[in-house]
Structures are given as structure tokens and as C-alpha cells.
Ligand binder design. Structure first.
Ligand SMILES: [Zn+2]
Length: 202
């Protein structure tokens, strides 16, 4: 299913557009996409509560052509992180082509960075929260190298950007602040009651 990026409920990022400035159009699209990806992360948290609540969307121009959330624990397949799920979803798009941009709520792990590198036509990867945001909360292992540093070192074939949106960052951190990871089993637990209470402030 194709879905327009800007909807009546998601107009705010469009305000980032400065007439004729292609960079501002790109910023607006990626902020709108992060908005959708954040909704997918919340869907994961509230409907399953098993995986890290990370959402991702695949874009072709101003259309969303793929959407997904991390499902590796739910489906028992370690590769099924949000980025991969969103690209699998594009396979059902009638055009069938891989989209140009993937936008995810959390800095992609190295496994996903390498998977994304195998996708023809993927030129850009944008994310919301950094891995350090999740690592400082004990949710993922700390990595010494950021995706920006690794992209340079191993020459990842796409551009990497972090979406600069204070509101979406605050929502993203609120999600992380209401989940826990069992260090023994690796299982994620979502406190849905406290999460919905915290989200009521937005
Ligand atoms: Zn990953």
C-alpha cells in the first residue's frame, strides 16, 4: 500500500520547507517520515511489547512504500529489525522497486547498515535517536563507533543523516524511558501504562 507522506494529521514537518530549497524539502520529508516511523514504534510497543520499539519507513520520493517495526524476537529471526521489515514491505508495492530512502527511529545497528548497503537504489538513510541514547539506558550494547564514523571507514554506499526534530526526539526518548531490557534473557518489557501516561503530555 502506498501512503502519502504528508497527511492532514502530519502537516507540521511541511513547515520546514523553504520555497525552492531542495534541502529543506528533504528535511521536511524525513521529519514527516520519522513521524510515521515513530507511530510504528508505538504500535510495536502497545500491540506486541516484545521487541525494541523501533519503527522504520521506506520512501520513494514523497510516498511511503514500505513500513515496519522491529520483529526479531516476535518472529524469532535476528535479522528482522525495523529497517529490514520496512524494505520487505516494499516488495509488496506494485512498482516493486526499492525506495530511495529509509527512515528509522533509532540509529541502525551494524547488521542493518550492511543489509541496507546491499539494496540497489537506496541512497539515503535517516534516523531519529542515536545508538548512544539507547545504550545509556541499558537497552543496546554500547558501540565505540557511530554510523557516521563507520560509514566513512567502510564506505557505506548511502548518505547518513540524523533527523533534527526536537519534538520527535522527545517522543522517542519517552518511549525508551518506558521500556526495560532483561540483561539475562535480552527480553524487552514495555510499561504500557506509564508510556501512555507520559505520551499524554504530547
Ligand atoms: Zn538493526
Amino acid at each position: 500500500m502506498r501512503e502519502p507522506l504528508f497527511t492532514p494529521a502530519n502537516r507540521a514537518p511541511q513547515l520546514l520547507e523553504v520555497g525552492g530549497d531542495p534541502n529543506s524539502v528533504q528535511d521536511a520529508r524525513e521529519a514527516a517520515a520519522l513521524h510515521h516511523a515513530t507511530a510504528l514504534a508505538l504500535e510495536s510497543a502497545f500491540t506486541h511489547g516484545i521487541d525494541m520499539p523501533v519503527g522504520a519507513v521506506a520512501l520513494r520520493g514523497a510516498e511511503i512504500v514500505g513500513r515496519g517495526f522491529a520483529s526479531d524476537r516476535r518472529l524469532g529471526q535476528p535479522i528482522l529489525h525495523a529497517e529490514v521489515m520496512s524494505l520487505f514491505d516494499t516488495k509488496f508495492d506494485v512498482a516493486g522497486a526499492v525506495s530511495g530512502t529509509v527512515v528509522t527511529t533509532l540509529e541502525p545497528c551494524t547488521q542493518c547498515q550492511d543489509y541496507l548497503a546491499t539494496q540497489p537504489g537506496l541512497t539515503r538513510v535517516a534516523f531519529g535517536l542515536s545508538r548512544a541514547d539507547a545504550a545509556s539506558r541499558g537497552l543496546v550494547n554500547h558501540h565505540d563507533e557511530t554510523i557516521f564514523e563507520r560509514a566513512t571507514r567502510v564506505s557505506l554506499p548511502y548518505e547518513v543523516v540524523q533527523v533534527d526534530d526536537a519534538h520527535l526526539r522527545a517522543v522517542g526518548l519517552t518511549i525508551l524511558d518506558n521500556i526495560w531490557r532483561d540483561t539475562g534473557t535480552g527480553a524487552i518489557r514495555v510499561d504500557t501504562a506509564s508510556l501512555s501516561l507520559a505520551l499524554a503530555d504530547y
